[in-house]
Structure formats: structure tokens, C-alpha cells
Design a binder for this molecule. Sequence first.
Ligand code: HEC
Length: 100
Amino acid sequence: MNKKTPLLFAGIFGLALPCMAGAANIHTQVIASTCMSCHGPGGKSQGTIPSLAGLKKDDFVKTMKDFKSGARAASIMKRHASGYTDAEFEAMGAYFASLK
Ligand code: HEC
């Protein structure tokens, strides 16, 4: 690692963080697409698993944090929620709230 390496990392994160805050950028859409195999295309459920489209952002973020911490019991969602950061929950929440 030379002296410039920390600067390089600061540069990369400086670029990445504003991207992650966007409501429906590619990163968020790719994550969200992994949810849709169970929660339905476009976040609209075809079966008994609840829909994600149109959920209020704050409710979504709280639910995901509760799944991650184990505060809310889950059969499968703890495993999904554990893979994401709070910033990604925020971005996903804004995205699903925007789907009607
Ligand atoms: C393998 C199927 C599957 C996948 C993939 C999946 N979920 Fe779920 N989800 C469930 C099930 C089943 C529940 C009901 C709670 C439980 O048993 O875990 C649920 C519940 C939820 C809830 C609570 C909804 C409510 O109104 O109560 C949210 C929010 C949620 N999932 C978000 C997501 C997100 C975001 C992703 C993608 C990162 C995702 N899920 C991926 C199966 C899945």
C-alpha cells in the first residue's frame, strides 16, 4: 500500500455513497430484483407472501432492521435482511414506495 492508497479509497467511497442514496439507481434495482422472485414481479405479490410495492419507506426500513436484528420473527427474511446495510434499506424503501 503506498501513500496514495487511502486517498484512492476515499475517492471511491466518496463516489459510491451519493450513488447509494439515490432512490432507484441500478444498484438498488438489482438488489430489489432479487426480492421479486418471492414478493412478486414489480413487488406485487401473486400469492401469500406480502407485496412490497407501495409500502411506506419508514415502515419498510423498520421492518428490515427488525428482521436483521431478530426483533421480528421470520422464516426466511432474517437471512435476506442480514446481507444489507441501513443505507441500502433506505434506498430499497424509497424504491418500493415508488412502485405502484
Ligand atoms: C425466498 C423468498 C423471499 C425472498 C427472496 C425475499 N423475501 Fe421478503 N418475505 C418472505 C417471506 C416468506 C416473508 C414473511 C416473513 C418470513 O416468514 O420471513 C417476507 C416478508 C417480507 C417483508 C415484510 C412485509 C410485510 O408487510 O409484513 C418485507 C418488508 C420483505 N419481506 C422484504 C424483502 C426484501 C427487501 C427482499 C430482497 C432483499 C426480500 N424480502 C426477499 C420471502 C422472501
